[in-house]
Design a protein. Structure first.
Length: 140
């Protein structure tokens, strides 16, 4: 599977039916000035394959996963902070939060993740990317 992924790109797996997650993907796309990220929903065949290959239980991790193919993968708050560190603007400053204990960061992260459908809503299906966004998505 690794050799089928775009070279030099990092893969953001996200909950495709979550409004907050979809808005976050669009937020990342706008600030990804180095064209580093590609996206796939956790519900897609590719998302399922990538999580399965890494032994990630999507019943427990169901919001964001960052995969740097052939090198590493990141979960929850660490994934979000790794993405932020590579965005344009002041967002890399959020990397400072990686110095906080991961258990503490993930408590906050899990609280938001647990409530995201109530706060931001849920879609019946993954929305289709706009034509401008299409090249950023590996699977829909």
């Amino acid at each position: 599977m690794e050799n089928q992924l775009p070279e030099g790109k990092q893969i953001v797996l996200f909950d495709g039916v979550c409004n907050f997650c979809n808005d976050s993907v669009r937020f990342i796309i706008k600030r990804d000035k180095n064209d580093l990220f590609r996206f796939a929903s956790l519900q897609s065949d590719l998302g399922k394959k990538l999580t399965e290959e890494r032994g990630i239980d999507t019943e427990k991790i169901d919001s964001i996963i960052l995969i740097n193919p052939g090198k590493a993968y990141y979960l929850k708050s660490t994934a979000a902070l790794e993405v932020a560190k590579k965005l344009s603007g002041a967002w890399p400053l959020f990397g400072i939060f990686q110095y906080l204990p991961e258990a503490f960061r993930n408590l906050v992260y899990d609280y938001v993740a647990k409530n995201r459908y109530d706060w931001f809503g849920k879609l019946e299906t993954c929305p289709m990317p706009t034509p401008e966004e299409q090249e950023k998505f590996l699977a829909t």
